[in-house]
Design a protein around this ligand. Structure first.
Ligand SMILES: [Zn+2]
Length: 226
């Protein structure tokens, strides 16, 4: 068990992971223009990503790497767990965005991940008390719990209705709609939004706009802006 005093200057390990990090994690499986691109191709990649985003301590990543050297099969197992939780979290995010029940045991997987989270404790400090946290288990589990948490917070105290999946079939980027009207449909107007607009334009030129995707035309142009 690793106990770390929290603080002000705990570089490289943010204690509050935000929803943006969670969505970035989901988007590490990238549907770029129809081609699926896996950014976490190995456990090493995943650990580097966790360290970069401050969801795991360097020491935790080192511990996970050390474990893999004595037990090589652990690398595949850990990577499968990372990808499994990512897939389950995406399913939950998509279900929220689409107002439906998550399928395929996604909730069980996410709940299992959440149970591995760190323990928060108050401890005495010279000027009163401060927050301490203990890592209670496997560093990879801890990182996954940390990434799952912002989604829970958003559901309980945020704006889950602003969770979106990019409307482009070839993108499916998970994003948070920060637009004033809350009706953004594409992850990015400059890419996916414009592609959709161009497709509509082409369809109109052929005289078949309604047949292609009538839904796209039902949103006023101003609301498409991020
Ligand atoms: Zn997109």
């Amino acid at each position: 068990m690793l106990t770390i005093q929290t603080p002000a200057k705990d570089q490289g390990h943010a204690h509050g992971v935000d929803l943006e990090a969670t969505f970035d994690f989901l988007n590490t499986l990238d549907h770029d223009d129809g081609f699926v691109r896996e950014h976490l191709t190995s456990l090493d990649d995943a650990l580097d990503w966790f360290v970069d985003r401050g969801v795991i301590h360097h020491e935790g990543a080192d511990r996970a790497r050390a474990q893999v050297t004595v037990q090589p099969a652990a690398a595949d197992r850990d990577l499968a767990r990372v990808r499994g939780v990512r897939q389950a979290l995406r399913e939950v995010a998509e279900a929220i965005a689409e107002h439906r029940v998550p399928s395929g045991g996604a909730l069980e997987i996410v709940n299992r991940a959440l149970r591995a989270r760190q323990i928060i404790e108050l401890v005495a400090s010279p000027d009163g008390c401060s927050v301490d946290h203990r890592h209670v288990g496997d560093p990879v589990d801890d990182a996954l719990a940390r990434l799952a948490e912002p989604l829970v917070t958003e559901l309980t105290a945020g704006h889950p209705e602003r969770i979106r999946i990019c409307a482009s079939d070839t993108c499916e980027w998970v994003f948070y709609d920060t637009s004033r009207t809350g009706r953004r449909r594409w992850c990015d107007m400059a890419t996916c939004g414009n592609r959709a607009k161009a497709a509509r334009h082409r369809a109109r030129a052929r005289g078949g706009a309604q047949a292609v995707n009538p839904g796209l035309d039902s949103v006023p142009a101003l609301d498409l802006l991020p």
